[in-house]
Design a protein around this ligand. Structure first.
Ligand code: CA
Length: 220
């Protein structure tokens, strides 16, 4: 019926959620607690959280990385999908936002799987490499300051194993990446990274129009 990706109107989006969303009560409560916050737009959509949990299971991931925790929706989605002996190294600089995340991790019983590093993510990723953990991760999610996305991508590409997947959020940036009139630093950085990944022979690539645009990069 269509050889291009559908544009979802509200009715079809509601249908999509109605027939596929399986959001646990705890994730729903976290989403509702985050919604009134000033930075609530940083939270991923519930169908994206569910997709990431599915990716973790498909990969049989045991060790995961997250760059950008905010209030914890994505980390909780991933941690719930990891096996009991799984580990998520979660990077963020905000003690305030991650205090909400910690509360939900504890309530979900997954706090023991999550190693929260409150420091600039570039420093944490460098420390992981220096401690010999290159190739030791199965999955990474990048969702933080867009100006550093390229650096996060390069670090995560070293830290994941061949066959591992990096999931990069906000790559369509509300449509601004395709609007030549937009020249702010975040948009320019995302455009440059999108172009770079298109030609990057180190990965297999797919860009999904899910949420604000999600790139999947599988390390070859
Ligand atoms: Ca995001």
């Amino acid at each position: 019926m269509s050889t291009r990706t559908l544009t979802l109107d509200d009715r079809l989006y509601g249908y999509l959620r109605g027939v596929s969303l399986r959001e646990p009560d705890l994730l729903r409560r976290l989403r509702e607690e985050t919604a009134p916050l000033e930075m609530a737009g940083m939270q991923i959509s519930p169908e994206q959280g569910q997709f990431m949990g599915l990716m973790v299971r498909v990969l049989g991931a045991r060790r995961a990385l997250e760059v950008g925790v905010f209030t914890g929706y994505s980390s909780l989605s991933v941690a719930l999908a990891l096996p009991a002996d799984g580990e998520l190294v979660a990077c963020d600089v905000s003690a305030e936002w991650t205090s909400i995340a910690r509360r939900y991790w504890a309530e979900a019983g997954v706090a023991g799987k999550i190693d929260l590093r409150l420091a600039p993510a570039a420093d944490t990723l460098r420390e992981l490499m220096l401690s010999g953990q290159a190739g030791a991760f199965d999955f990474a999610f990048i969702d933080a300051d867009k100006g550093n996305y390229d650096a996060y991508y390069e670090a995560c590409l070293e830290l994941i194993r061949p066959g591992g997947v990096i999931c990069i959020d906000n790559v369509l940036w509300g449509g601004r990446v395709a609007d030549d009139a937009q020249a702010d630093a975040s948009t320019v950085a995302l455009r440059a990274l999108n172009r770079k990944l298109h030609d990057d022979a180190r990965i297999d690539l797919s860009l999904l129009p899910l949420g604000d645009g999600v790139t999947l990069a599988r390390k070859r």
